[in-house]
Write a protein that binds this ligand. Structure first.
Ligand code: PMP
Length: 360
């Protein structure tokens, strides 16, 4: 007899996080996952492989991940006590949500934002309140967000800056005010390496004492195939968040890759500069073509085809091997497009204008 298995209602209600695996043949430009178009250089791959061969795979990674945390701390100009590492940054965001808002607390989101957040909130058992972004530029509604925090002083804002999928950033001065008003502020900066330096929220970690910043090596460092993310938090908060993370969560291979990437960051910086230059070039072309493009500070941009028909344009691009993202209900009329290599971007531009002409 089938038992009535007690699945929590908020989990039952979730649609599983899905990344539609449509693969036309052949894929000519994969611009749908905000991955880096540049792989980790062969020389670094070889260095990591030889270091891995020299290690004993039968042993757990270092307890507490001290070496990895020191490498991250050095590269971020922070101290190791402020660093928590994760199997991707999503894991550390989940831990922080569990600790600060789990079991019936409230997390404050600014949709359209990273589609994984509602799932993380549900897993943590946190409720969601929303203060939507405003206008064609999808700007943070700063005063509304502050008002929402004042109305619910226990709500925990989770701000994504640069925001996936819209691309905009939160001003540091605003985050400072938010940190003044809220018990703790979570800032997801997965894409901050592609943004101007003043977008970094790291100075607020020590200045405010209640700001936690999340970062990843998946984007600027081209390491999405391994899972390496981290949080920078005041040491007392890092201590508490750390209790919600399982031991040995970052494996040997990810640890070795992270250390190698961080000790030689020049190649990654050069690739970031190329991606940023390409982002600006493509956006200028799109605007000249009549498309609306929101201000973009990540390795992607959020575009409305002139004349509408975003879904038709996406399907037409897909048929020609150019993969981009349609955020569907959360931002109708817009497509999120990752910045690729120059030739991929040129192909996107050509196929985009062809698809727009066909759709209108
Ligand atoms: N935050 C944001 C805003 C993201 O877009 C992503 C990846 N899509 C992540 C966090 C997670 O990155 P990872 O788990 O690869 O570190």
């Amino acid at each position: 007899m089938k038992k009535d298995v007690p699945v929590r209602p908020e989990i039952r209600a979730l649609r599983p996080y899905s990344l539609v695996p449509e693969t036309p043949v052949p894929v000519k430009a994969k611009l749908d996952f905000n991955e880096s178009p540049y792989d980790v250089p062969d020389e670094i791959k070889r260095r990591v492989a030889s270091r891995l061969l020299a290690r004993r795979w039968a042993l757990y990674p270092e307890f507490g991940a001290g070496r990895l945390r020191r490498a991250i701390a050095t590269s971020a100009g922070r101290s190791p006590e402020e660093i928590l590492v994760g199997n991707g940054s999503g894991e550390v965001v989940l831990a922080a949500l569990s600790v600060f808002a789990g079991g019936g607390g409230t997390v404050l989101l600014t949709p359209p934002t990273f589609s994984l957040y509602p799932q993380l909130a549900a897993i943590a058992g946190a409720r969601i309140a929303e203060v939507p972004l405003v206008g064609d530029d999808f700007a943070l509604d700063e005063e509304a967000l502050l008002a929402a925090v004042r109305a619910n002083p226990r709500a925990i804002p989770l701000v994504c800056s640069p925001n996936n999928p819209t691309g905009g950033t939160a001003r540091r001065e605003f985050l400072r005010r938010l940190a003044d008003a809220a018990p703790v502020v979570l800032v997801d900066q997965a894409y901050v390496d592609f943004a101007p330096g003043e977008a970094s929220a790291l100075p607020l970690v020590s200045e405010c004492g209640n700001v936690v910043v999340f970062r990843t090596l998946s984007k600027a460092f081209s390491a999405a195939g391994f899972r390496i993310g981290y949080a920078v938090a005041p040491p007392d908060l890092a201590h508490e968040i750390g209790k919600a993370i399982l031991p040995f969560n970052v494996d040997l291979a990810s640890e070795e890759l992270a250390v190698a990437l961080l000790e030689d960051p020049a190649p990654a910086r050069a690739r970031v500069a190329e991606i940023v230059a390409e982002r600006e070039r493509v956006i200028e072309r799109l605007r000249a073509f009549g498309a609306k493009v929101a201000p973009a500070a990540g390795n992607f941009f959020f575009v409305a085809p002139p004349g509408g028909g975003a879904e038709a344009v996406r399907t037409a691009l897909l048929r020609r091997g150019v993969l981009v993202r349609d955020l569907g209900g959360s931002a109708p009329g817009r497509l999120r497009v990752s910045v690729g290599r120059r030739e991929e971007n040129d192909l996107f531009l050509a196929e985009f204008s062809r698809a727009v002409k066909e759709a209108t």
